[in-house]
Design a protein around this ligand. Structure first.
Ligand SMILES: [Ca+2]
Ligand SMILES: [Ca+2]
Length: 201
């Protein structure tokens, strides 16, 4: 030690000071660790960004589908006559006006039109039990059925329980529709839409 101090005093460079090698190695380990954390953090940000994008794409797709289905219901209902008072139910019964006119009165001949029904029905294989019986990732989900003349047409699937509701307020019918799905990471995505219709008849 004294020799090194003597050399320093003489202006000589002193390499390999005691403990320097250990300090350098420790520094490298710390640098590597910090770098790794930074890289992991950056990767995490990128991955979560991608997930958010995938989630957003799935959601906007569901929102678009919900709007399309609600618009279809509203369009048909607009020219209809509601037969059953939909006080917040998931079933609506109405008659549709197809232009038939009673020759005697000049009024719409509703008697010629059979009832048309929109209703929520559980999806095939699904039971109302809080479980995903059909294994599609959705619990107690259903579909919107359109029933006319004994013919049932499925016009939307992936409807959560309570996701279809018709509410009457005077002349106005409110349609609430929700759709559920899973994004690429199997996370739940939900979209909702509301539409108001004033049936002309
Ligand atoms: Ca299911
Ligand atoms: Ca179920």
């Amino acid at each position: 030690m004294e020799m090194r101090l003597a050399r320093r005093r003489r202006g000589e460079r002193v390499e390999g000071a005691p403990g320097q090698a250990g300090t350098t190695a420790m520094g490298m380990v710390l640098s590597t660790m910090i770098f790794s954390f930074l890289v992991a953090g950056a990767m995490g940000v990128i991955t979560s960004g991608r997930n958010m994008v995938a989630h957003g794409v799935e959601r906007s797709d569901l929102e678009e589908r919900a709007r399309t289905v609600a618009a279809r219901l509203a369009r048909e209902l607009l020219a209809g006559r509601v037969m059953m008072d939909p006080a917040g139910g998931s079933r609506l019964v109405f008659r549709k006006n197809r232009g038939g006119i009673d020759a005697g009165t000049g009024e719409i001949d509703w008697s010629a039109e059979g009832p048309l029904v929109y209703q929520f029905t559980l999806s095939p294989g699904e039971l109302d039990n809080g479980l995903d019986d059909n294994g599609n990732g959705l619990i107690d989900e259903g579909q919107v059925d359109r029933i006319e003349g004994g013919v049932t047409t499925v016009i939307a699937t992936g409807i959560p329980e309570g996701g279809l509701a018709f509410t009457r307020n005077g002349e106005r019918i409110r349609i609430d529709l929700a759709l559920e799905g899973r994004d690429a990471r199997r996370e739940m995505v939900r979209a909702e839409t509301t539409r108001f219709v004033y049936p002309r008849n």
